[in-house]
Write a protein that binds this ligand. Sequence first.
Ligand SMILES: *Cc1c(COP(=O)(O)O)cnc(C)c1O
Length: 277
Amino acid sequence: MTEPSAAARCPQSSPAPTYAAAITLEDFRRNLAAVRTRIDAAAKRAGRDAAEIRLLPVTKTVPEERLRTAFAAGITQMGENKVQEAQRKSENLADLGISWSVIGHLQTNKAKNVAAFADEFQALDSLRLAEALDRRLQAAGRGLDVYVQVNSSGEPSKFGLEPADVADFLAALPAYSSLRVRGLMTLAANTDDAARVRECFSIMRRLRDAALQAGTVGDGLLSMGMSGDFEAAIEGGSTCVRVGQAIFGARATPDSHYWPESPHADQLQTDQPPASS
Ligand SMILES: *Cc1c(COP(=O)(O)O)cnc(C)c1O
């Protein structure tokens, strides 16, 4: 296996189509059906079984009221980038039995929050955090499905391990026995350059294949693909697409709020003050 070259690593550029907000049950049913149709078509193009591709709806910024409608339309798992928002929603919607996935960077001092309510954590990126999560989970008598986040784009500010560090990191995880390692997760470069996006996905697939050979990555699942690139991700081997805007509608909050150190942040924040959290 060769290391990704510097040229294969991806710079950032810009914006996605605007999706109308889903409000009614009918809106959610229509948007879900449209996304599933696109997933199926991408799987077919890639000669893959669409049944092996999980759709994880991403609910950040969407208020609980609308999430109840989304649930009624059949959405039973929800992904959130920020743990406080996820925990609040899990409490306010506890009667529904939703399965919560935390998909954003986590500070070590928030490990106890994730251990308290999450069913899955997709942004594991340090052994310090693995240790903190494991300690909290052991105390709670729980296990947690985790994905290791990889910085496949090479953008210096993105969260996740460097590709070169993934093998050693995975080899160290069995020490934390409450963490069930399911696979790898990434955010591809945010660019219109399709070749660069695809290169991010193929870096991930190569890392996953190597880890499967080493026996360090559980089922070897790959969480990659968002509203703007999930079809390419499926063609690149994704088994979990994390889709927000194509289901719920465009977000008013700029992505810089979720990827605060992104080089893109300055641009996105010119028309509003940085959000505090
Ligand atoms: C917001 C988010 C997504 C979904 O992005 P959309 O553009 O809404 O589809 C996927 N993954 C992560 C980590 C996110 O924070």
